[in-house]
Design a protein around this ligand. Sequence first.
Ligand code: IPE
Ligand code: IPE
Ligand code: MG
Length: 241
Amino acid sequence: MNLKQKGLPNHIAIILDGNGRWAKKRNLSRTDGHKAGVDNLETLIDQCKDLNIKYITLYVFSTENWKRPAFEVSNLMLLLNKYLTEKIDDLMNKNIKLNIIGDISGLPNKTRKLIVSAVDKTKNNFKLILTLAINYGGRNEILRAVKNLANDVKNLKLNIDDIDERLFSDYLYTYDIPDPDLLIRTSGEYRLSNFLLWQCAYTEFWYTDVFWPDFGKTDLYNALESFKKRKRRFGKVEDDN
Ligand code: IPE
Ligand code: IPE
Ligand code: MG
């Protein structure tokens, strides 16, 4: 595979979906599916790093995923703990900075502590910014921003007239990362499921029927080839028109 660097996205966001169905097809448990999903992360991250893609954002656990059976939720948290413990050296060796978006105050103590420590340890890395969306919901993020803005207006730190798109973005979890250029969703679902609602205003979408644990190098390559052919107009007309 030989992808020319030119025209590649700077930021790829992925809705990693289909772990459960992948497992069901193989008569395995949903937890086995999530394990296979986690095991599949490294290839993707390495491939993006090799292509000099600067930002990857992964939807790991949504604010709605608490509605799943308690057993599945606690296994997901255990898997997250395991990832944060076992992968930290790898992130350091590969110069990858870990960033988290979402309400981590709602997570189990142990998970929260591991997150804070991993974020701190990798904070000076810069080759790739890996953002995990954990207990993340786009509506929750926007509401939180509105409340914080309102508070700053109330405390006279801010004038209502100062509020524009730029300033509003500064109140989001994603204040220090650019909007995604490309959003990938696996498993044949065609919806946003409350992911990056504000940030995806001009993001290009790419879907595949492949379940996340089977998503491989060729799939990413196909997504990137498709992205390179897109004409992003951002509301304007093309130069040659
Ligand atoms: C995605 O896989 C992982 C999480 C949402 C945590 P799913 O668990 O949603 O898998 P399906 O959609 O049930 O197949
Ligand atoms: C979206 O997948 C959330 C994550 C991948 C973490 P879901 O499987 O939860 O989404 P729905 O319920 O099918 O929309
Ligand atoms: Mg799903």
